[in-house]
Design a protein around this ligand. Structure first.
Ligand code: GLN
Length: 190
């Protein structure tokens, strides 16, 4: 029995809830500090606008507790902006000191595909999943470097698009926008 807290302050959270529900997981929405009192054993950080999300997490006063729970081993999936919130380091030109969780040993660059190529679809291999997975990119970041225990799980054109560090899974694409649920299955098995 799995209960996933989906950060629901901004961005593509409803689509994550749909995918997770299809897989039989229960979802709760994390909108305010009081929601942390509900029972949940996993966390999803959706795509959207990472600076807005980071500021809201800070204003709600939930950053510290979420960081602590991730450090204790709670599985977390960050997609796109969610990955940016997880990244310990941002590229120098992106790092404006906006609050983030910064729990994952990766260096991420925002909007890494430029304005024209910012959004595109392709397919690719993700370690741990058989066959190709649809990959939908929307003004996507890229993972420039993985450090320590963080390992790259997928690359597109030489750029890292998925990484895992123990209980933390971060992807630069939007698995919640495709019908393929295998990335969410991988997360629920963590
Ligand atoms: N470009 C956004 C950011 O930097 C991320 C885009 C997304 O989540 N689809 O926050």
């Amino acid at each position: 029995d799995q209960t996933v807290a989906v950060l629901a302050v901004q961005g593509a959270f409803a689509e994550h809830e749909a995918r997770l529900s299809e897989l039989g997981a229960r979802c709760i929405e994390l909108r305010q500090a009081a929601d942390l009192k509900q029972d949940f054993d996993r966390l999803v950080l959706p795509g959207g606008e990472s600076t807005v999300q980071g500021k809201l997490l800070d204003e709600l006063g939930v950053l510290e507790e979420l960081c602590a729970r991730i450090a204790e081993g709670m599985p977390v999936l960050g997609t796109c902006a969610g990955l940016i919130l997880l990244a310990h380091d941002l590229a120098a030109h992106d790092d404006k000191g906006t609050p983030r969780l910064a729990t994952m040993d990766v260096l991420v660059e925002r909007n890494a595909y430029g304005r024209q190529l910012g959004s595109f679809r392709t397919k690719g291999q993700v370690a741990g999943i058989d066959g190709e997975v649809p990959l939908t990119f929307i003004r996507a970041p890229r993972i420039v470097e993985v450090h320590g225990d963080a390992k790259a799980l997928a690359k597109v054109d030489g750029r890292i698009v998925a990484a895992r560090q123990g209980n933390q899974l971060g992807v630069t694409f939007h698995p919640e926008l495709d019908e393929d649920t295998r990335l969410h299955e991988l997360f629920l098995q963590m």
